[in-house]
Design a protein around this ligand. Sequence first.
Ligand SMILES: Nc1ncnc2c1ncn2[C@@H]1O[C@H](COP(=O)(O)OP(=O)(O)OP(=O)(O)O)[C@@H](O)[C@H]1O
Ligand SMILES: [Mg+2]
Length: 231
Amino acid sequence: MSNKHGARFISFASPKGGVGKSTSCLAIAGALLAQGVKVRIIDFDQTETIWRWYTTSPAAQQIANLTVEQGPHSDHGDYISSLWGGATDYVLLDLAGSLSELTLMIAAFATLTITPAKVSEPDIIEANKMANKLHAVARRVSKPINHRILLNEVPNIVSRDEVDLIEQIDSSNLARFQTIIRRRSSYSKSFSRGTLPHFADPINPKAIAEIDDLMREIDAIFENDQLKAAA
Ligand SMILES: Nc1ncnc2c1ncn2[C@@H]1O[C@H](COP(=O)(O)OP(=O)(O)OP(=O)(O)O)[C@@H](O)[C@H]1O
Ligand SMILES: [Mg+2]
């Protein structure tokens, strides 16, 4: 689903903190900006991770076609309604690590919600909670929901236990991206250096390749929605 301007809304949501919501939000923003589209990031998290990333980095502020703002502390309903009329190509919504009403409201409103998770039992349990709650909201408001788990910070060498856990996810009804985001310093550096993986100097080709793989999967979800809407 996209609004009358064709804007697409991607939210980053998880009940658990520190799983990579802001990191993946920035990585995806960079990939989109490198394609030349307009990106608006809204930081709804009171820890202000992305807001600080932006306001303390002259390099980030010079990236063309990027705007970053903070979400409001109240009157969320009106704010979200007003977002719908906006004309930016992609609106990325970075949410606090919680299962609050606000998180659920925004995640249900978004065209796609991404829940990053490490390959660890606690993260997968929390991602499952997010999926269940979101699908419950979807049933209540009769709105189709696109929700995907993004396996993040995956080490280069995966243990037998981690392989088992990935197999368990794949045999469950948790939907995940096939692309796996590895643990790489280029992601943590995009925070500390106030840049984005696609705009770093030098870029890390492996990071860029995996983010672009992820973007292809995201595009396929949006294209599928368009086909369904046209049918
Ligand atoms: N793929 C990765 N490789 C290396 N470091 C990573 C990766 N993903 C996240 N990190 C690091 O892990 C930490 C937590 O990531 P991040 O802030 O994106 O999580 P979050 O889910 O947004 O947390 P919060 O709930 O506090 O907002 C950061 O220091 C970030 O740099
Ligand atoms: Mg964050």
